[in-house]
Design a protein around this ligand. Structure first.
Ligand code: MN3
Length: 381
């Protein structure tokens, strides 16, 4: 088992839970990074004593330097700082950055032959081809942390080498608005959208769950991670979030991975793989779990889901367009500058109306992302 990890995005939901797992497993932490939450980062530094801490925001990095002057932790800022983490002496980099801003450090870490526990889905959606080519060229492991992808990965441990996979059944909780019609969702508030029934997550992904953009991103993420035709990935709404996804083989036999909805299982499995050790997560209580329900997804109401499917089918930079349009639309909704339904309308329109080519380098992805963001902002009244 590995002994030393580093974390990109250590103050977010996945980052803090990764440190809970690290504490439980007695791991060393070589480097930590945050965008700007230096209060939480300072506490983490005092407990885990990393050699390097990176604050993306340069001003906040200066503030942190003063606060932790009594420790041995070096403080850096910006993308250069994140790149330095990619070359530290950890055995595994946990990438829990939110957004495609994680793409450049991901590519850098792969070039540095670092194995990655991967929670940064936007990076794989925007730059899937670049990332997967780099993974193959450098022979590194990309271990999924996203609960559905960890479930699929766990189920595939029982698959024959040629997989004989017929389908991936990607489960979705349906979020807070399952069963609602578009007219019922017209006046949804930010507070209502942030109220997820099963998972306690960061604000960006919670809104993505409410619009079902999250499931669209996860279809694209799964297509890249498991080298699967996106047409063979089916979304199954499962309100209880006990089954975290399933795989179906050519003989129509299905394997599923189950557990209480708690990210510390997939985080820990990415760290200890292929070993299993006791976790902080409780057992399922079968006496109180009275039923599990299943339904199809409503793509007429949740336009983001259909837009992501069109984007991966069009290929090239279209997934980067869908992701970039959503990153900005999601943020504008939280700032109350867009309505809930406009998120889906604008992501759809960006995928259908913008013209982009193929992704041959990082700059291509950044340009497509930028074009999608500008498309959305130009439509804000
Ligand atoms: Mn997920």
């Amino acid at each position: 088992m590995i002994h030393t990890i580093s974390i990109l995005g250590s103050t977010g939901s996945i980052g803090t839970q990764t440190l809970e797992v690290a504490r439980k497993l007695g791991l060393n932490v070589a480097s930590l990074s945050a965008y700007g939450s230096i209060g939480i980062l300072e506490e983490q530094i005092r407990e885990f004593r990393p050699s390097l801490a990176v604050v993306y925001d340069a001003n906040r990095a200066e503030e942190l330097k003063i606060k932790i002057a009594d420790t041995d932790t070096k403080v850096l800022s910006g993308m250069e700082g994140l790149f330095e983490i990619c070359h530290d002496d950890s055995e595994l980099l946990v990438n829990s950055v939110v957004g495609m801003v994680g793409l450049a450090p991901t590519l850098e870490a792969i070039k540095a032959k670092k194995n990655i526990a991967f929670a940064n889905k936007e990076t794989l959606v925007a730059g899937g081809e670049l990332v997967m080519n780099a993974v193959r060229e450098n022979g590194v492991k990309l271990l999924p942390v996203d609960s559905e992808h960890s479930a699929i990965f766990q189920c595939l441990q029982a698959a024959p080498p040629d997989k004989k996979l017929k389908k991936i059944l990607l489960t979705a909780s349906g979020g807070p608005f399952f069963g609602k019609t578009a007219s019922q969702l017209k006046d949804v508030t930010v507070e209502q959208a942030l109220n997820h029934p099963n998972w306690d997550m960061g604000a960006k992904i919670t809104i993505d769950s409410a619009t079902m953009m999250n499931k669209g991103l996860e279809i694209i993420e799964a297509a890249w991670l498991f080298d699967t035709d996106p047409g063979a990935i089916e979304v199954v709404v499962h309100r209880e979030s006990i089954i975290h996804s399933m795989v179906e083989f050519t003989d129509n036999s299905i394997l599923a991975q189950l557990g209480v909805p708690d990210m510390r299982i997939p985080i820990q499995y990415a760290i200890t793989y292929p070993e299993r050790v006791p976790s902080l997560v409780p057992e399922i209580d079968w006496k109180t779990l009275s039923k599990m329900t299943f339904a199809g997804a409503d793509e007429q109401t949740f336009l983001c889901l259909a837009a992501c499917k069109r984007a991966i089918k069009k290929g090239g930079l279209y997934p980067a367009v869908a992701n970039g349009a959503n990153e900005i639309a999601n943020s504008l909704f939280r700032q109350r500058k867009l309505s809930f339904l406009e998120i889906g309308e604008l992501v759809s329109a960006a995928v259908d109306e913008l013209n982009v080519g193929s992704a041959s380098c990082l700059d291509d992805v950044i340009a497509a992302d930028q074009a999608a963001r500008e498309f959305v902002t130009s439509h804000v009244k």
